[in-house]
Ligand binder design. Structure first.
Ligand SMILES: Cc1ncc(COP(=O)(O)O)c(C=O)c1O
Length: 418
């Protein structure tokens, strides 16, 4: 017997042995904690925006509901919550006419919905198209299932249609995974014209879409364009995933998927294997919270808070980091700014820089290669900055630390302590 008891390493499945990896974001959070650092790494809501008191009142109401203690016999999740979501999605230009409450599945966050979609649609070796860059943890779920992910180059307006057309494996792709609004990590939004163009290409090649939209309500310069789900209308090639993580709290782990009828059976069977959905108590509490709020006013409050954080961050970057050569974009919403090293910094490597910055100057950022499939080098010169969680009063100090790290890292190139 080993020091830690039974040696399960010998028993690990091929999947666990060969395809599981940890989230690079968790690695940075661990380093941030270990060094008591400030962080632009966390892509989650600021503590102050979480409606804790109202949620507590809603949860107390939910406690009195009958049926919350037993197994819930509706695998789709709470019907009243699904009905609320349906109404919201119709109001917000997200759902076409065919979508009804029975097409909505409550999931463990958007991540849970993505995981189900990947399990339902991906075999080992299946081709999946992703944005370049894309959300790191979805790449992990795709990798676990054995997908071959092909990043499609994107610009400020989203995926480049001509690059999509150029992909030799386009026709055999199982789906395109896209985050069309205020994307993680680039902050970019796919314009309506691009969405139409991309949809037309995918229709022509008979490829489905996995649309991931957790930042939908966080547009600071205007609302999100019409969803792929709605644009696709009756051809029902879009699985739409969404979440309360960014507009309420990630800790409640509640999201949803709009599942096309042809996939419903597979999704329900997978959801059962996946430990059933989120706790009914929490689903009911969330429903009561939503009913107690003026939703429009509520999300406008979030937008106004994050808009001012974004503007402050951009202003600090402009003043302190742009003169050092760091190139950044201006996101129209969401939580993220995408930062890139200039061409002149030939041997800049974002993973080395991220480790260096947290160790040397106690400031966390997420390296760009976390957002590309393994082995791709496109993220090596980029990193992600989140302005959502770090309190505004620490932003100046955070940017100052980043500037110091950037300057000394550039001076250190070639030395071994990177
Ligand atoms: C694009 C995107 N999809 C999914 C998720 C996961 O969200 P959830 O907490 O709802 O699982 C995140 C969280 O950062 C995200 O940015």
């Amino acid at each position: 017997m080993e020091e830690h008891g039974f040696d399960f390493r010998r028993q690990l499945s091929i999947m666990a042995r060969e395809r599981l990896t940890f989230s690079p974001i968790s690695e940075i959070s661990t380093l941030v904690q270990a060094h008591a650092a400030l962080s632009f790494g966390a892509g989650e809501p600021s503590d102050g925006t979480i409606p804790k008191t109202s949620f507590q009142a809603a949860a107390e109401r939910a406690f009195a509901d009958p049926g919350i203690w037993g197994y819930h016999h509706d695998e789709l999740g709470d019907l009243d919550l699904r009905t609320w979501l349906l109404e919201r999605m119709k109001l917000d230009d997200m759902a076409p006419d065919w979508v009804q409450a029975e097409d909505i599945l409550i999931t463990h966050g958007a991540g849970g919905a993505i995981s189900l979609a990947v399990e339902a649609l991906v075999d080992e070796g299946s081709v999946v198209l992703v944005e370049g860059p894309t959300y790191s943890d979805s790449l992990l779920a795709l990798r676990r299932q054995g997908a071959v992910c092909i990043p499609v180059p994107s610009d400020a307006d989203g995926i480049l249609p001509e690059e999509l057309e150029r992909i030799p494996a386009l026709r055999e792709a199982r789906f395109l995974y896209t985050i069309p609004n205020f994307q993680n990590p680039s902050g970019c939004t796919t314009t309506l014209a691009r969405r139409r163009h991309i949809l037309e290409i995918l229709r022509r090649h008979d490829v489905a879409i996995l649309e991931d939209d957790p930042y939908h309500y966080l547009g600071y310069d205007g609302p999100a364009p019409t969803s792929y789900l709605k644009l696709a209308g009756n051809d029902r090639r879009v699985i739409h995933c969404n979440s309360f993580s960014k507009i309420v709290a990630p800790g409640i782990r509640i999201g949803w998927a709009v599942v096309p009828p042809a996939l419903k059976e597979a999704f329900l069977a997978l959801a059962v294997c996946d430990g059933l959905g989120p706790a009914l108590l929490l689903q009911r509490a969330l429903l009561y919270l939503m009913r107690s709020l003026d939703f429009e006013k509520y999300v406008e409050g979030l937008r106004s808070e994050y808009r001012s954080r974004r503007d402050r961050m951009l202003d600090l970057i402009e003043r302190r980091l742009a003169p050092l050569g760091l190139r950044t974009n201006r996101p129209g919403g969401g939580f993220f700014i995408w930062a890139q090293a200039p061409e002149e910094m030939k041997d800049f490597h974002s993973e080395a820089f991220a480790r260096y910055a947290v160790r040397r100057e106690k400031i966390g950022v997420v390296p760009g290669n976390a957002f590309f499939p393994e082995g791709a080098s496109m993220g090596d010169r980029a990193f992600r900055l989140s302005y959502a969680k770090l309190p505004p009063e620490h932003m100046k100090e955070g940017v100052e630390r980043l500037a110091r790290a950037w300057t000394s890292f550039a001076g250190q190139r070639g030395k071994s302590d990177r």
